[in-house]
Design a protein around this ligand. Structure first.
Ligand code: AMP
Ligand code: ZN
Ligand code: FE
Ligand code: FE
Length: 285
Protein backbone atom coordinates (compact mmCIF):
# COMPACT_ATOMS: atom_id res chain seq x y z
CA UNK A 1 0.00 0.00 0.00
CA UNK A 2 1.66 3.16 -1.16
CA UNK A 3 -0.69 6.02 -1.82
CA UNK A 4 -3.98 7.79 -1.09
CA UNK A 5 -6.78 8.78 -3.45
CA UNK A 6 -9.06 11.37 -1.84
CA UNK A 7 -11.25 12.31 -4.80
CA UNK A 8 -13.40 9.68 -6.52
CA UNK A 9 -16.87 9.55 -8.07
CA UNK A 10 -19.21 6.55 -8.33
CA UNK A 11 -22.56 5.66 -9.91
CA UNK A 12 -24.19 7.46 -6.97
CA UNK A 13 -23.31 10.69 -8.80
CA UNK A 14 -21.74 11.02 -12.25
CA UNK A 15 -19.15 8.25 -12.10
CA UNK A 16 -19.71 5.14 -14.20
CA UNK A 17 -18.65 2.47 -11.67
CA UNK A 18 -20.30 1.46 -8.38
CA UNK A 19 -18.39 2.05 -5.11
CA UNK A 20 -17.41 -1.64 -4.73
CA UNK A 21 -15.70 -1.57 -8.16
CA UNK A 22 -13.93 1.69 -7.35
CA UNK A 23 -12.61 0.16 -4.11
CA UNK A 24 -11.44 -2.95 -6.04
CA UNK A 25 -9.55 -0.75 -8.52
CA UNK A 26 -8.06 1.18 -5.59
CA UNK A 27 -6.73 -2.05 -4.12
CA UNK A 28 -5.12 -2.94 -7.48
CA UNK A 29 -3.48 0.52 -7.50
CA UNK A 30 -2.08 -0.04 -3.96
CA UNK A 31 -4.25 2.68 -2.40
CA UNK A 32 -4.30 2.45 1.41
CA UNK A 33 -7.12 4.94 2.01
CA UNK A 34 -9.64 6.52 -0.33
CA UNK A 35 -12.43 9.07 -0.13
CA UNK A 36 -15.66 8.72 -2.05
CA UNK A 37 -16.56 12.32 -2.96
CA UNK A 38 -19.73 12.11 -5.00
CA UNK A 39 -21.43 15.35 -6.05
CA UNK A 40 -24.13 16.40 -3.57
CA UNK A 41 -24.72 12.90 -2.20
CA UNK A 42 -23.38 10.54 0.47
CA UNK A 43 -25.46 7.57 -0.68
CA UNK A 44 -22.45 5.65 -2.02
CA UNK A 45 -20.61 5.66 1.30
CA UNK A 46 -22.19 2.56 2.95
CA UNK A 47 -21.33 0.32 -0.04
CA UNK A 48 -17.79 1.72 -0.08
CA UNK A 49 -17.37 1.11 3.67
CA UNK A 50 -18.38 -2.54 3.26
CA UNK A 51 -16.01 -3.02 0.31
CA UNK A 52 -13.23 -1.23 2.19
CA UNK A 53 -13.62 -3.55 5.18
CA UNK A 54 -13.41 -6.60 2.92
CA UNK A 55 -10.28 -5.34 1.18
CA UNK A 56 -8.49 -3.69 4.11
CA UNK A 57 -8.72 -0.18 2.67
CA UNK A 58 -9.75 2.77 4.82
CA UNK A 59 -12.75 4.68 3.44
CA UNK A 60 -12.92 8.37 4.30
CA UNK A 61 -16.53 9.58 4.11
CA UNK A 62 -16.52 12.50 1.69
CA UNK A 63 -18.58 14.83 -0.48
CA UNK A 64 -18.04 17.36 -3.30
CA UNK A 65 -20.27 20.43 -3.32
CA UNK A 66 -20.35 22.87 -6.26
CA UNK A 67 -20.53 26.57 -5.49
CA UNK A 68 -20.16 29.87 -7.31
CA UNK A 69 -17.77 32.72 -6.44
CA UNK A 70 -17.72 35.93 -8.49
CA UNK A 71 -19.31 34.09 -11.40
CA UNK A 72 -16.96 31.11 -11.45
CA UNK A 73 -17.63 27.56 -10.33
CA UNK A 74 -15.71 26.50 -7.23
CA UNK A 75 -15.89 22.92 -5.95
CA UNK A 76 -15.50 22.24 -2.24
CA UNK A 77 -14.57 18.76 -1.02
CA UNK A 78 -15.53 17.66 2.49
CA UNK A 79 -13.67 14.91 4.40
CA UNK A 80 -14.56 12.82 7.45
CA UNK A 81 -18.09 14.18 7.35
CA UNK A 82 -20.81 12.65 9.51
CA UNK A 83 -22.70 11.26 6.53
CA UNK A 84 -25.75 10.49 8.70
CA UNK A 85 -26.15 14.11 9.84
CA UNK A 86 -29.79 15.15 9.28
CA UNK A 87 -29.05 18.79 8.45
CA UNK A 88 -26.42 17.73 5.89
CA UNK A 89 -28.80 15.25 4.27
CA UNK A 90 -31.57 17.86 4.02
CA UNK A 91 -29.22 20.36 2.40
CA UNK A 92 -27.97 17.80 -0.11
CA UNK A 93 -31.56 17.07 -1.17
CA UNK A 94 -31.89 20.76 -2.03
CA UNK A 95 -28.67 20.79 -4.02
CA UNK A 96 -29.73 17.69 -5.96
CA UNK A 97 -33.14 19.25 -6.67
CA UNK A 98 -31.45 22.20 -8.37
CA UNK A 99 -29.92 19.68 -10.79
CA UNK A 100 -33.43 18.63 -11.85
CA UNK A 101 -34.36 22.25 -12.51
CA UNK A 102 -31.33 22.89 -14.69
CA UNK A 103 -30.73 19.69 -16.62
CA UNK A 104 -34.07 19.60 -18.53
CA UNK A 105 -33.23 23.13 -19.74
CA UNK A 106 -29.96 21.81 -21.16
CA UNK A 107 -31.90 19.05 -22.93
CA UNK A 108 -34.30 21.67 -24.35
CA UNK A 109 -31.37 23.63 -25.75
CA UNK A 110 -29.95 20.45 -27.27
CA UNK A 111 -33.34 19.77 -28.86
CA UNK A 112 -33.31 23.27 -30.35
CA UNK A 113 -29.95 22.40 -31.88
CA UNK A 114 -31.58 19.40 -33.58
CA UNK A 115 -30.39 16.75 -31.12
CA UNK A 116 -33.11 14.21 -30.37
CA UNK A 117 -32.65 13.21 -26.75
CA UNK A 118 -35.11 13.41 -23.85
CA UNK A 119 -34.66 14.15 -20.16
CA UNK A 120 -36.27 10.78 -19.46
CA UNK A 121 -33.33 9.11 -21.22
CA UNK A 122 -30.91 11.08 -19.04
CA UNK A 123 -32.81 10.13 -15.87
CA UNK A 124 -33.00 6.50 -16.92
CA UNK A 125 -29.22 6.43 -17.35
CA UNK A 126 -28.60 8.23 -14.05
CA UNK A 127 -31.07 6.06 -12.09
CA UNK A 128 -31.28 7.26 -8.48
CA UNK A 129 -27.91 9.06 -8.82
CA UNK A 130 -27.21 12.74 -8.29
CA UNK A 131 -27.69 13.64 -11.97
CA UNK A 132 -25.09 15.76 -13.76
CA UNK A 133 -23.89 16.94 -17.14
CA UNK A 134 -21.73 13.82 -17.55
CA UNK A 135 -24.97 11.78 -17.69
CA UNK A 136 -26.15 13.98 -20.56
CA UNK A 137 -22.73 13.50 -22.18
CA UNK A 138 -23.16 9.74 -21.94
CA UNK A 139 -26.60 9.84 -23.60
CA UNK A 140 -25.04 11.93 -26.41
CA UNK A 141 -22.27 9.32 -26.72
CA UNK A 142 -24.70 6.37 -26.67
CA UNK A 143 -26.79 8.00 -29.41
CA UNK A 144 -23.64 8.73 -31.45
CA UNK A 145 -24.01 12.51 -31.47
CA UNK A 146 -20.47 12.71 -30.09
CA UNK A 147 -17.63 10.22 -29.76
CA UNK A 148 -16.41 11.25 -26.30
CA UNK A 149 -17.51 13.11 -23.18
CA UNK A 150 -14.82 15.68 -23.97
CA UNK A 151 -16.49 16.37 -27.31
CA UNK A 152 -19.90 16.61 -25.58
CA UNK A 153 -18.52 19.18 -23.13
CA UNK A 154 -16.52 21.13 -25.72
CA UNK A 155 -19.42 21.41 -28.16
CA UNK A 156 -22.46 21.56 -25.90
CA UNK A 157 -22.11 21.27 -22.12
CA UNK A 158 -19.13 23.29 -20.91
CA UNK A 159 -19.57 26.81 -19.58
CA UNK A 160 -20.10 29.02 -22.64
CA UNK A 161 -20.84 26.10 -25.01
CA UNK A 162 -24.00 25.87 -27.14
CA UNK A 163 -26.35 24.13 -24.68
CA UNK A 164 -24.88 25.40 -21.41
CA UNK A 165 -27.30 26.47 -18.70
CA UNK A 166 -25.94 27.67 -15.34
CA UNK A 167 -27.14 25.97 -12.18
CA UNK A 168 -28.38 27.72 -9.09
CA UNK A 169 -25.40 27.28 -6.74
CA UNK A 170 -24.61 28.25 -3.16
CA UNK A 171 -21.65 30.48 -2.46
CA UNK A 172 -18.50 28.71 -1.24
CA UNK A 173 -18.91 30.01 2.31
CA UNK A 174 -22.23 28.17 2.52
CA UNK A 175 -20.72 24.93 1.18
CA UNK A 176 -17.87 25.25 3.68
CA UNK A 177 -20.36 25.89 6.50
CA UNK A 178 -22.46 22.84 5.56
CA UNK A 179 -19.35 20.61 5.62
CA UNK A 180 -18.11 22.05 8.92
CA UNK A 181 -21.53 21.68 10.54
CA UNK A 182 -21.39 17.97 9.68
CA UNK A 183 -17.97 17.66 11.38
CA UNK A 184 -16.08 17.62 8.07
CA UNK A 185 -12.91 19.25 6.78
CA UNK A 186 -13.54 21.58 3.79
CA UNK A 187 -10.94 21.55 1.01
CA UNK A 188 -10.74 23.53 -2.25
CA UNK A 189 -10.93 21.04 -5.16
CA UNK A 190 -8.77 21.15 -8.33
CA UNK A 191 -7.45 24.73 -7.91
CA UNK A 192 -6.06 24.60 -11.46
CA UNK A 193 -9.64 24.87 -12.80
CA UNK A 194 -9.72 28.41 -11.37
CA UNK A 195 -6.48 29.86 -12.67
CA UNK A 196 -8.10 31.65 -15.60
CA UNK A 197 -10.02 33.77 -13.13
CA UNK A 198 -9.12 36.71 -10.92
CA UNK A 199 -6.51 34.76 -9.04
CA UNK A 200 -6.67 32.04 -6.55
CA UNK A 201 -4.98 33.82 -3.65
CA UNK A 202 -7.87 36.23 -2.91
CA UNK A 203 -10.29 33.30 -3.20
CA UNK A 204 -8.29 31.15 -0.78
CA UNK A 205 -7.90 34.00 1.71
CA UNK A 206 -11.62 34.72 1.66
CA UNK A 207 -12.51 31.04 1.95
CA UNK A 208 -10.07 30.52 4.78
CA UNK A 209 -11.91 33.12 6.79
CA UNK A 210 -15.10 31.18 6.01
CA UNK A 211 -13.48 27.99 7.36
CA UNK A 212 -11.59 26.43 4.45
CA UNK A 213 -8.97 24.02 5.83
CA UNK A 214 -7.13 22.64 2.80
CA UNK A 215 -6.33 22.69 -0.90
CA UNK A 216 -6.13 19.83 -3.42
CA UNK A 217 -2.47 20.17 -4.36
CA UNK A 218 -2.10 16.72 -5.98
CA UNK A 219 -4.48 16.20 -8.90
CA UNK A 220 -4.53 14.00 -12.01
CA UNK A 221 -3.98 16.82 -14.49
CA UNK A 222 -1.43 18.83 -12.50
CA UNK A 223 1.99 19.21 -14.06
CA UNK A 224 4.92 19.05 -11.59
CA UNK A 225 5.27 22.83 -11.60
CA UNK A 226 1.57 23.23 -10.77
CA UNK A 227 1.91 20.80 -7.88
CA UNK A 228 4.85 22.81 -6.49
CA UNK A 229 2.97 26.05 -7.01
CA UNK A 230 -0.06 24.86 -5.00
CA UNK A 231 2.20 23.29 -2.39
CA UNK A 232 3.79 26.69 -1.84
CA UNK A 233 0.39 28.32 -1.72
CA UNK A 234 -0.74 25.82 0.93
CA UNK A 235 2.34 26.66 3.02
CA UNK A 236 1.89 30.40 2.55
CA UNK A 237 -1.76 30.30 3.57
CA UNK A 238 -1.40 27.59 6.20
CA UNK A 239 -3.77 25.19 4.45
CA UNK A 240 -3.69 21.39 4.62
CA UNK A 241 -2.52 19.53 1.52
CA UNK A 242 -4.73 16.87 -0.07
CA UNK A 243 -4.93 15.09 -3.40
CA UNK A 244 -6.94 12.76 -5.55
CA UNK A 245 -7.61 11.48 -9.03
CA UNK A 246 -11.18 12.78 -9.61
CA UNK A 247 -11.87 9.39 -11.16
CA UNK A 248 -15.20 9.23 -13.05
CA UNK A 249 -14.82 6.16 -15.30
CA UNK A 250 -16.07 6.50 -18.89
CA UNK A 251 -16.51 10.27 -18.98
CA UNK A 252 -12.83 10.80 -18.05
CA UNK A 253 -11.30 7.72 -19.67
CA UNK A 254 -7.72 8.94 -19.30
CA UNK A 255 -7.94 9.04 -15.49
CA UNK A 256 -7.39 5.92 -13.38
CA UNK A 257 -8.06 5.28 -9.71
CA UNK A 258 -5.02 6.05 -7.56
CA UNK A 259 -2.65 7.05 -10.36
CA UNK A 260 -4.63 9.57 -12.42
CA UNK A 261 -2.89 9.86 -15.78
CA UNK A 262 -0.12 7.60 -14.47
CA UNK A 263 2.03 9.95 -12.42
CA UNK A 264 -0.28 10.91 -9.56
CA UNK A 265 0.99 9.84 -6.16
CA UNK A 266 -0.79 11.29 -3.14
CA UNK A 267 1.49 10.71 -0.11
CA UNK A 268 0.05 8.63 2.71
CA UNK A 269 1.35 11.11 5.31
CA UNK A 270 -1.37 13.60 4.28
CA UNK A 271 -4.14 11.56 5.87
CA UNK A 272 -3.39 12.02 9.59
CA UNK A 273 -3.41 15.86 9.54
CA UNK A 274 -6.78 15.68 7.80
CA UNK A 275 -8.12 13.25 10.41
CA UNK A 276 -6.84 15.46 13.20
CA UNK A 277 -8.46 18.53 11.66
CA UNK A 278 -11.76 16.64 11.62
CA UNK A 279 -11.35 15.60 15.25
CA UNK A 280 -10.54 19.22 16.14
CA UNK A 281 -13.61 20.50 14.34
CA UNK A 282 -15.84 18.06 16.29
CA UNK A 283 -14.29 19.10 19.60
CA UNK A 284 -14.91 22.74 18.75
CA UNK A 285 -18.65 22.33 18.15
P1 AMP B 1 -22.61 19.30 -13.16
O1 AMP B 1 -22.33 18.76 -11.78
O2 AMP B 1 -23.84 18.77 -13.77
O3 AMP B 1 -22.49 20.80 -13.25
O4 AMP B 1 -21.42 18.72 -14.07
C1 AMP B 1 -20.08 19.06 -13.74
C2 AMP B 1 -19.22 17.82 -13.82
O5 AMP B 1 -18.98 17.55 -15.19
C3 AMP B 1 -17.85 18.03 -13.24
O6 AMP B 1 -17.82 17.78 -11.87
C4 AMP B 1 -17.03 17.02 -13.99
O7 AMP B 1 -17.18 15.78 -13.38
C5 AMP B 1 -17.70 16.95 -15.33
N1 AMP B 1 -16.97 17.66 -16.38
C6 AMP B 1 -16.75 18.97 -16.52
N2 AMP B 1 -16.05 19.23 -17.65
C7 AMP B 1 -15.83 18.03 -18.26
C8 AMP B 1 -15.15 17.61 -19.46
N3 AMP B 1 -14.58 18.49 -20.28
N4 AMP B 1 -15.14 16.27 -19.73
C9 AMP B 1 -15.72 15.39 -18.93
N5 AMP B 1 -16.37 15.71 -17.79
C10 AMP B 1 -16.41 17.02 -17.44
ZN1 ZN C 1 -18.26 14.86 -11.63
FE1 FE D 1 -15.03 18.95 -9.13
FE1 FE E 1 -14.87 15.66 -8.62
Amino acid sequence: MTRLDLHLHTTFSDGSLPPADVVRLAQNAHVSALAITDHDTVDGIPEALTAGLERGIEIVPGIEISSRWRGIEVHILGYFIDWTDAALLARLVRYRDSRHTRNPLIVEKLNELGIAITYEEVRALAGPASVGRPHIARVLMNKKYVTSAKEAFDRYLAEGAAAYVPRDLPDPAEAIGVIRAAGGVPVLAHPSWLDRSEGIVPLCKELKIAGLAGIEVHYSTHRPEQTSHYLNLAKQLDLLVTGGSDFHGVTKPDIEVGVGRGRLKVPEKLLEPLRQAAAGSCAGT
